[in-house]
Design a protein around this ligand. Structure first.
Ligand SMILES: [Cu+2]
Length: 126
């Protein structure tokens, strides 16, 4: 009985580790900066994600890196571009984006049907 329980835990744990789309890399990194001349964000996930059920929202915090994220500083939705693996997505800020701190809220659906979400905070430098 105990062996079966341990086996089930192992199988469950393994399938969860394989299934969810974890953020494995981002450019810029969380807390990092990006120059206005290259005002885009790239996210890399551990699994392919489903573009139609994934959501990306930028918020502009101005000069306060700890600024609150709310509807008042939400920006128009970006136009995410997926690479052929659908594990990588890139989105640009608008051409006239102001220098300062931004937060990207992301939520993605992996091909296994599980949703993961996170935030990325970064500084846009002039
Ligand atoms: Cu999963």
């Amino acid at each position: 009985m105990r062996a079966i329980l341990l086996w089930s835990l192992f199988v469950l744990g393994a399938s969860q580790a394989l299934g969810h789309a974890r953020l494995t890399h981002s450019d810029p990194a969380d807390g990092g900066s990006v120059p206005a001349a290259h005002a885009e964000v790239t996210l890399q996930f551990s699994e392919a994600i489903q573009p139609r059920f994934s959501d990306f929202v930028f918020h502009y915090l101005g000069q306060d890196p700890e600024g609150k994220v709310d509807d008042g500083n939400r920006l128009p939705r970006p136009d995410p571009v997926f690479d052929e693996t659908r594990q990588q997505v890139t989105m640009a800020l608008s051409e006239n984006a102001a220098a300062g701190w931004y937060v990207l809220d992301w939520e993605v659906l992996a091909v296994d049907g599980h949703t993961t979400a996170g935030t990325l905070r970064f500084l846009l430098t002039p």
